[in-house]
Write a protein that binds this ligand. Structure first.
Ligand SMILES: NC(=O)c1cc2c(=O)c3cc(F)ccc3oc2nc1N
Length: 332
């Protein structure tokens, strides 16, 4: 068939619809502050789906219609990370986090070091790549050197933008997680279907991201918090705190509870506070991630083959372990 000429006004309408729909996705899923009703949103989406059906050659990988899934993949390609995705060493009590602070100050020869304290979301690590502001790749951590290309599934996570609010080429990293009420709904559904329940929201999120049927992934409400910019120096960022603001400006969902701490004592206070307050959250957290704020200090501290020396996980006491101890105490 000869190249069909697509009327200019159709191309303009499709482009306008895409921008508008992605903007409303951002308002609803990232800011949790929609400015149109669900009906108005559905009307926009139905019109875009209709136009893409009439002119399939107009469909692009970053079109919001790709969020509803519908592909069944053969498998996941392997992708090499631009820089290794490392893991965090763990600390479990104040003595160990003070030891971390001492080590950091010794290496830096600094009297006081600022930290960023972030809630440690109990989900699945993800790397997201954008070219000129357009989503091009989503990859799991894998072995840290290479992961799985789960781009089609990542597109169904509504809080992950398909277009950034600035046309930058950047790789960011964060966590994809399953909200607690979605986890409960899903396990109820599995029980009705005679399927084994997921042990926890992290396994449910990991299991969902590994699904080859993207429509199934879209039917489950996964969410995200982004916390890391790869090569932040390329964007003039000097600290982790600036990186978190930059991520917000780009349109990512960034956890609202992170805190810039003047010293390790403020980190400990934050850890104590959220050990109590974590039950207020609609997602699981298993501790606090403590990061040296200044990137020049992070570069001096460097990293081992497994973990950075400038960040550490400050874990909350595990629930069951604490209960066991309490039981013994009561019996004595
Ligand atoms: N689960 C999390 O909420 C979370 C996890 C990590 C990491 O795994 C992580 C791993 C690194 F090698 C370096 C920084 C990191 O920062 C992180 N920050 C977070 N907020």
């Amino acid at each position: 068939m000869s190249e069909r000429k697509i009327p200019k006004e159709v191309i303009e309408e499709v482009e306008r619809l895409r921008e508008e729909i992605e903007y409303h996705n951002y308002r609803y899923y990232v800011l949790n502050d929609p400015v149109i009703t669900d009906e108005e949103y559905d009307k926009l989406m139905r019109r875009l789906i209709e136009l893409e059906r009439m002119y399939p050659e107009l469909v692009t990988p970053d079109s919001p219609t790709q969020r509803v899934g519908g592909k069944v993949l053969e498998g996941f390609k392997t992708v090499k990370h631009s820089v290794p995705m490392l893991s965090l060493d763990n600390t479990y009590n104040e003595e160990e986090i003070l030891e971390f602070d001492r080590r950091v100050k010794k290496t830096l020869q600094e009297a006081e070091v600022e930290y960023v304290a972030e809630l440690k979301i109990d989900g699945v690590s993800i790397a997201l790549r954008y070219e000129n502001g357009k989503f091009v790749l989503g990859a799991t951590r894998g072995d840290g050197i290479e992961g799985e290309d789960v781009s089609e599934n990542v597109k169904t996570v509504r809080s992950i933008p398909l277009r950034l609010r600035k046309p930058v080429t950047v790789e960011v990293r964060g966590e994809i997680y399953m909200p607690v009420d979605e986890f409960k709904r899903l396990n109820d559904e599995r029980e009705e279907e005679g399927l084994p329940p997921f042990a926890n929201p992290r396994n449910a999120a990991a299991g969902t991201l590994r699904q080859l049927n993207t429509a199934l992934v879209a039917a489950r409400r996964l969410d995200s918090f982004i916390y890391y910019v790869v090569h932040p120096e390329n964007y003039g960022l000097k600290t982790q705190w600036e990186a978190l603001q930059f991520l917000k400006e780009l349109g990512f969902k960034v956890n609202p509870h992170s805190k810039l701490c003047k010293n390790i004592q403020e980190v400990i206070d934050y850890w104590r506070e959220w050990e109590e307050r974590k039950k207020e959250l609609d997602y699981w957290v298993d501790g606090v991630v403590v990061k040296v704020n200044r990137f020049d200090f992070q570069r001096i501290l460097g990293e081992t083959s497994k973990a950075p020396r400038w960040a550490i996980a400050f874990k909350f006491p595990a629930e069951q372990a604490r209960t066991r101890v309490l039981d013994v105490t009561i019996q004595v």
